[in-house]
Design a protein around this ligand. Structure first.
Ligand code: GLA
Length: 393
C-alpha cells in the first residue's frame, strides 16, 4: 500500500490529527552462506524492497495499540507488563522487542501503531526480522527523542535486540544474519558479514544481464523451529567432538576445510559429521563467492550457489520435496546459472540467478511443473535490493 493510503487507514482506525511517523525495515534474501551464522561463519545476504512498515503516533498513557493491515484484531500492550505477551498469535514479536529494549534501558513510549507487511508471512524471507528491526528502530527513536539523546539509533544494536527477542521471547535460537541484513542492508549491495565479530562490508552486486529470482514453495512450515534448534545442537556436538584435536575451538568456523577433512573421522556420529561438513565447506564457498563476484564471474558464482544448495540438501538435510522440486525444475531451464534454497529451509523460498531473457520462461515452466508435482502453486518475486531499516520522512 502507498504511504498516503496507509495514513488514511491509520486515521480511520485511531482518529485524525497529530504527527504520524513512518518507519520501514526490509526482509532479506541470502545469496550464499546458509546455517553458518550461528556457527560464527560467513553469510552474504541482501535486503529486499519487500518489508515491514510502521505508522505511529504518540499517546498520552502507558498503552501501545497495534493493528496490521491484513489482520482483523487490534492488540493492546501495557508498557508496564511487557513480559506478559508471549502467547499472542500476532504482536508477540513486537512485545518481545519492546521488552528487550526496556531491559537495555530504553523508555517505551505509548503510541498507536499500524503495521503493513509486504513479505509473505513465514515464507523464509525474514518477515519476522523485518518486524523486529522496524519495531526496535521506531521505539528506540522515540526513546532517544524523549530522553534528549541526539545520536542516531545504532542499527547493529537494533539487530541484536531483534535476535535477543527470538532467543528470549519467541524461543528460536537463531543466528544474527536476518536481523543484521534487515538493519544494515544497502541498495544494490549484498552484505559480506562475519557473524562472530560482526565485521562486515557492503559488496556491490553488478547484476548486468542477470536477475535474482525468488520462488516461494508456499509450504506451511510446521516444526521448523524445533528442527532448526536441532541442527544447532548437532553443530555444538561436532565442536565437542573436534575438541580432542582442536582444544581451543569454540565454533565450527574456527577451523578450515583442510583441518576439518583431516580430522572429520573424530566425529563418530555420521549425521553430526555431515552437518559439520556442510558448515565448513559453506564458509569456504562464501569466501570463493566474494572473489568470484569481484572478478565479475557470474557463471562461477552460480556454480557455487548450486554447490551450496546440494550441501544443504544432502549433508545438512534442511530442504524437503517442495524446495527440491523448485530447485530441480529451475536448473532445467536454459539461462539459469544457479539455484538454491535460501534461509532456514524446511519450506520457504529458493533464490535463482537467471539470465534476464529467461525470467518469464522460468516463472511459467517452473510454476507449471511445481503445481503438477506438489499440488498447489508456487509464488515468484522480482524484488529489488534495497536499504536497511530507516525512517521515511
Ligand atoms: C534463519 C535464521 C538465520 C540463519 C538462517 C540459515 O533464517 O534466522 O539466523 O541461521 O536461518 O542460514
Amino acid at each position: 500500500m502507498m504511504i498516503s493510503e496507509l495514513k488514511k487507514e491509520f486515521e480511520s482506525l485511531y482518529g485524525a490529527g497529530g504527527e504520524i511517523r513512518v518507519f520501514h525495515s526490509p526482509g532479506r534474501v541470502n545469496l550464499i552462506g546458509e546455517h553458518t551464522d550461528y556457527n560464527g561463519g560467513y553469510v552474504f545476504p541482501a535486503a529486499l524492497s519487500m518489508g515491514s512498515t510502521i505508522l505511529l503516533r504518540l499517546r498520552e498513557d502507558n498503552l501501545v495499540h497495534m493493528k496490521a493491515t491484513d489482520l482483523p484484531e487490534m492488540v493492546e500492550i501495557d508498557t508496564g507488563r511487557l513480559e506478559d505477551y508471549r502467547e499472542l498469535s500476532w504482536g508477540n514479536y513486537q512485545a518481545g522487542v519492546m521488552n528487550e529494549l526496556q531491559k537495555a534501558g530504553y523508555t517505551i513510549c505509548a503510541c498507536d501503531m499500524l503495521f503493513d507487511d509486504t513479505l509473505p508471512h513465514g515464507g523464509g524471507l525474514s518477515s519476522s526480522a523485518a518486524i523486529e528491526v522496524v519495531t526496535a528502530l521506531a521505539f528506540a527513536t522515540l526513546s532517544n527523542e524523549k530522553n534528549g539523546i541526539k545520536e542516531p539509533v545504532d542499527m547493529i544494536e537494533m539487530a541484536l535486540i531483534g535476535q535477543k527477542t527470538e532467543h528470549n521471547y519467541i524461543g528460536v535460537n537463531c543466528g544474527i544474519m536476518d536481523q543484521f541484513a534487515s538493519a544494515m542492508g544497502k541498495e544494490n549491495c549484498a552484505i559480506f558479514l562475519k557473524c562472530d565479530s560482526l565485521e562486515y562490508r557492503h559488496a556491490k552486486l553488478s547484476m548486468d544481464g542477470y536477475t535474482l529470482l525468488i520462488a516461494n514453495t508456499n509450504k506451511k512450515r510446521s516444526l521448523a523451529s524445533s528442527k532448526y534448534n536441532e541442527r544447532r545442537a548437532e553443530c555444538e556436538a561436532a565442536v565437542e567432538a573436534l575438541k580432542k584435536s582442536f582444544p581451543n575451538i569454540t565454533c565450527l568456523s574456527d577451523i578450515s576445510e583442510e583441518e576439518f577433512f583431516a580430522h572429520a573421522e573424530e566425529i563418530e556420529n555420521e549425521t553430526v559429521r555431515r552437518r559439520a561438513k556442510h558448515v565448513v565447506t559453506e564458509n569456504a564457498r562464501v569466501l570463493k563467492s566474494i572473489e568470484t563476484l569481484a572478478a565479475g564471474d557470474m557463471v562461477q558464482f552460480g556454480a557455487l550457489m548450486n554447490a551450496s544448495g546440494d550441501s544443504l540438501r544432502y549433508d545438512y538435510e534442511v530442504t524437503g520435496v517442495e524446495l527440491d522440486t523448485l530447485v530441480e525444475e529451475a536448473r532445467k531451464i536454459d539461462g539459469v546459472i544457479g539455484s538454491r534454497m535460501t534461509g532456514a529451509g524446511f519450506g520457504g523460498c529458493t533464490v535463482s540467478l537467471v539470465k534476464n531473457e529467461a525470467v518469464d520462461r522460468f516463472i511459467q515452466e517452473v510454476g507449471k511443473a511445481y503445481e503438477e508435482k506438489i499440488g498447489y502453486p508456487a509464488s515468484f518475486y522480482l524484488s529489488q535490493i534495497a536499504d536497511g531499516g530507516h525512517e521515511i520522512k
